[in-house]
Design a protein around this ligand. Structure first.
Ligand code: ADP
Length: 230
């Protein structure tokens, strides 16, 4: 279990982006993090991975300080050296047990080609393969479905569900709520740097309806003010 206690993170003195956030994340589960743009999702994930140093608070995994060695992290934007092939990239990650050819049957990447010639979706798949190869007990995936085609998105979902069964703790963000309701065991809603609601699977449908009704109510008048007519 990851325990986050009274976590506060800021980029400038003026504003706390994560504000006294506490959260317990059970292992063997897929956790979704949702929130509006700018709510603090990426900041929270980067802090969990250790890329940002919190102002205060603690993050532990099974009671001990969490370390990068225990985490496979997929950032929203992936960085690749130029002039290397997909295979060369995957060789940067050490794990002899990882059978690249078998995994790539799912992703279908031209691994002997230069990454510079990959499309953005192909780059995302390659970055995912890197994280999968790392095979860490904790996986932090920031928008892993972004840019993937429908088929790969569905395959990734099945892979994550399978990995969850091995006891991994998986944290995923998505700006598409349905992606998370179809995958996660619980969804944590972040607003103004704190988790204000955690929703369990049986409550997903009601939550989704309530949220969409609220958004539609708020936007109805603004849309009608546009005067769009047929
Ligand atoms: P989300 O992932 O939910 O869209 P972020 O964690 O990226 O939100 O951003 C949360 C807030 O922190 C936003 O107001 C954003 O402008 C601010 N922020 C993010 N990155 C930086 C940065 N490098 N420097 C200063 N402010 C930042």
């Amino acid at each position: 279990m990851i325990s986050i206690n009274s976590l506060t993170v800021s980029y400038t003195k003026k504003r706390k982006v994560i504000n006294d956030l506490s959260l317990a994340l059970e292992g063997g589960n897929i956790h979704g993090i949702v929130g509006l743009n700018g709510a603090g999702k990426t900041t929270l994930l980067r802090t969990l991975y250790g890329l940002l140093k919190p102002d205060s608070g603690t993050i532990t995994l099974s009671g001990n300080s969490i370390s990068k060695k225990q985490i496979g992290y997929l950032p929203t934007e992936n960085f690749f050296y130029s002039n290397i092939t997909g295979s060369e990239y995957l060789n940067l990650f050490r794990n002899r047990a990882f059978e690249i050819e078998k995994w790539n049957k799912l992703f279908g990447l031209p691994l002997e080609e230069l990454i510079d010639n990959y499309s953005s979706g192909m780059k995302k798949k390659l970055a995912l393969l890197g994280v999968l190869k790392l095979d860490k007990p904790v996986m932090i995936l920031d928008e892993p479905f972004n840019g993937l085609d429908i088929e790969t998105g569905r395959i990734l979902r099945s892979v994550l569900l399978q990995l969850k069964k091995t006891g991994k703790l998986i944290i995923v963000t998505s700006h598409i709520l349905e992606t998370l309701t179809n995958l996660c065991d619980c969804i944590h809603h972040i607003e103004n740097g704190i988790i204000d609601i955690t929703i369990q699977k049986p409550e997903f449908e009601a939550y989704e309806k309530q949220l969409f009704a609220k958004i539609e109510n708020q936007s109805e008048k603004l849309i009608s003010d546009l005067g769009i007519s047929n």
